[in-house]
Design a protein around this ligand. Structure first.
Ligand code: KG4
Ligand code: ZN
Length: 349
């Protein structure tokens, strides 16, 4: 099975996504439906609404992707579905759909860790990326530095002791009235601003390896509250100040991890926040200053999608690591089970 064909299903947060990917890295067809309109008025993802939307959309989306690719379910080599971590209702919808398809077509099931989908996605985009690499995984629920040693072999070097960086982007955007989803909105606002507000950079320079963003987020709240009638320019300046501080934190902690994982052949960034241009630029500079290649997947592959789940499934299939129909849905599922719990972390999926 040199170039297997894998159907990937993603439903762990607010994107319903399906993709059909072949081992030669061809994406035969894919669909990604975001649920922004359903969650917008609540200013955040409402788990039950998300699960219902996945249940409504997923099966027809699978049908569409197969039809567009001109592939019958019988011709697919495996079905990969996100089995966690994430919002449990959505994870169950996706995993049960994957199980039903695997059972109906007598195909292997691969229960994919969503974080492994992000972690391996750069190898879908870049055939030259080899193990081991240092990965900064930055999303709405996670902020980690991982030594990626191979498929299924992840060494957690650092994690957040409070909020994930994407969460800090989203909450700061909410405070600044920039709408939902917050990360991209804050980045847009920051483009017109200058970082004139002095905001904290938690744990920068610290001996411990981890991240912290709660203090930065609260500082945005306080700085905003201190301006009696904020102008559009004030908001842009606050956004730019937040983004600069977040970049500085990520760069400082990643520099520390480069020293802690000298076997890395590249510095890689993945996850939704990796779509941020300022962060990509700062990390590219950091990698260059250490003589390391820098790899960032295309923007669409950073935020949640089905292709990264299909690809992780493909890598696992090639490694002979498949699951059976008992595979559980796991709201929490660390990539490195041996990593010690840190203060405050692991609260969210
Ligand atoms: O990986 P992802 O799509 O979902 C999770 O697994 O969490 O990441 C979503 C996160 C959200 O917090 C979103 O605001 C953030 O990624 N994000 C961004 C940008 N695009 C998405 N944050 C900063 N700048 C962006 N351009
Ligand atoms: Zn994600």
């Amino acid at each position: 099975m040199n170039d297997p064909l894998v159907l990937g299903i993603e439903s762990s947060c607010d994107e319903t996504a399906v993709a059909l990917v072949r081992g030669d890295r061809t994406i035969l067809a894919q669909r990604i439906a975001s649920q922004n309109e359903a969650h917008e008025r609540f200013g955040g993802v409402v788990p039950e609404l998300a699960a219902r939307a996945h249940a409504d959309r997923l099966a027809p989306m699978v049908e569409t992707v197969l039809a567009e690719a001109g592939i019958a379910l019988a011709d697919v080599d495996a079905i990969a579905g996100t089995a966690g971590p994430g919002l449990i209702g959505g994870v169950m919808v996706g995993l049960v759909t994957a199980k039903a398809l695997a059972f109906a077509a007598s195909k292997p099931l691969i229960a994919v860790n969503h974080l492994e989908g992000h972690a391996l996605s750069p190898r879908l985009a870049d055939a030259g990326l080899q193990f081991p690499y240092l990965l900064l995984l930055v999303s709405g629920g996670h902020c980690q530095l991982l030594g990626v040693e191979g498929v299924g072999r992840y060494r957690r070097l650092a994690t957040t002791i409070d909020d994930a960086v994407g969460e800090a982007f989203d909450k700061s955007a909410k405070v600044l009235g920039l709408g939902f989803p917050g990360g991209p909105a804050l980045e847009r606002a920051a483009r017109n601003g200058s970082p004139r507000f002095s905001l904290p950079r938690p744990l920068v320079g610290s001996d411990e390896p981890h991240f912290s963003f709660a203090g930065l987020k609260s500082a945005v709240l306080r700085a905003h509250a201190a301006i009696p009638e904020p102008t559009v320019q004030d908001i842009a300046d606050l956004a730019a100040s937040f983004q600069q501080a977040a970049c500085d934190c990520l760069v400082d902690r990643t520099a520390r991890a480069i020293a802690a994982f000298p076997e890395a052949t590249a510095l890689v960034v993945a996850g939704g926040v990796a779509a941020n241009q300022a962060i990509r630029g700062s990390l590219a500079e950091l990698a260059a200053s250490h003589g390391l290649p820098f790899v960032a997947p295309p923007m669409w592959l950073c935020t949640d999608n089905g292709a990264m789940i299909a690809w992780a499934g493909l890598e696992r299939l090639r490694a002979g690591d498949i699951d059976d129909l008992h595979a559980p849905a796991r709201p929490r599922w660390p990539l490195d089970p041996a990593a010690e719990a840190v203060r405050g972390a692991g609260v969210k999926a």
